[in-house]
Ligand binder design. Structure first.
Ligand code: F6R
Length: 245
């Protein structure tokens, strides 16, 4: 099935729709596995999930989560770490047991072992029921940057100069941005049963066009999603403005 693109007027509507789809999965399968992303794109979704939890519409007590990626090296209590981001923006506001939440360890010595162990834990969990994604302006998903080949499993990456620059806005200086990351591979992401990609703003327009209508190529890592049977992109008009249909 081709990627479904749903276009909205506002970011608020995107977030509501994403929350509806995630809520549906949790209601159908209380012990589901959510694949989560950091960054600005899913923030509205997380706010809405917290709101629904507070209204007692959602119960996270049996839910497990796996995040896409983490900087390396970084401590979990560093405010720029993705573990810290997830605790602050979602986990500490809902009733999910913290031991059910997984973010690759950015502070272990053996980065290879972290990657392999993450894949094992993903497999043992039974697989991700719904995967939330953002997209980089260059078409990256998770930390899978444009490359010669699609990466398969969880692996370490050297961050691209453009990504270091883009992310330096969150650090005191560009020099403090870690140069490496651990990321789920395209292959690990594609194992999710359902994928939801959130894109808003004109800065995402080229990447969305390449993902949906460009060649399927590792030059645009998100284009691999066209091989997946159940992908929905929730976009605003700006992010969708270069699509021909
Ligand atoms: C974050 C991640 C990244 C972001 C992407 C978009 O866990 O995997 O691929 O989704 O860089 O970031 P935002 O949403 O901040 O535009």
């Amino acid at each position: 099935m081709p990627i479904q693109v749903k276009i909205f007027d506002t970011y608020e509507q995107i977030s509501q729709t994403a929350a509806d789809l995630v809520s549906e999965v949790i209601h159908q399968k209380p012990a589901c596995v959510l694949g989560l992303a950091t960054g600005s794109s899913p923030l509205g979704l997380y706010r809405e999930l917290v709101r629904r939890y507070e209204k007692k519409e959602l119960d996270f007590s049996l839910v497990h989560t796996f995040n896409l990626d983490e900087y390396f090296p970084i401590d979990p209590d560093n405010p720029q770490s993705y573990r810290y981001f997830m605790n602050q923006n979602l986990f500490k506001h809902i009733n999910i047991p913290l031991e059910n939440t997984h973010v690759p360890h950015g502070n272990d010595e053996d980065i290879e072992a972290v990657c392999q162990n993450y894949e094992k834990m993903l497999a043992r969990s039974g697989g991700v029921d719904i995967q939330i994604l953002g997209i980089g302006g260059n078409g990256h998903i998770a930390f899978n940057e444009p490359a010669e080949a699609f990466a398969d499993q969880t692996h370490q990456v050297d961050l691209e100069e453009s990504t270091i620059k883009a992310n330096s806005r969150f650090f005191a200086s560009e020099a403090e941005v870690p140069r490496k990351a651990i990321t789920m591979g395209i292959g690990s992401i594609m194992k999710a049963k359902k994928i939801l990609l959130i894109a808003n703003g004109a800065v995402k327009a080229k990447a969305i066009q390449a993902c949906v209508e460009g060649p399927i190529s590792p030059a645009c890592p998100a284009s691999a999603l066209r091989f997946h049977p159940d992908v929905t992109i929730l976009a605003d008009r700006e992010a969708a403005k270069l699509l021909s249909r």
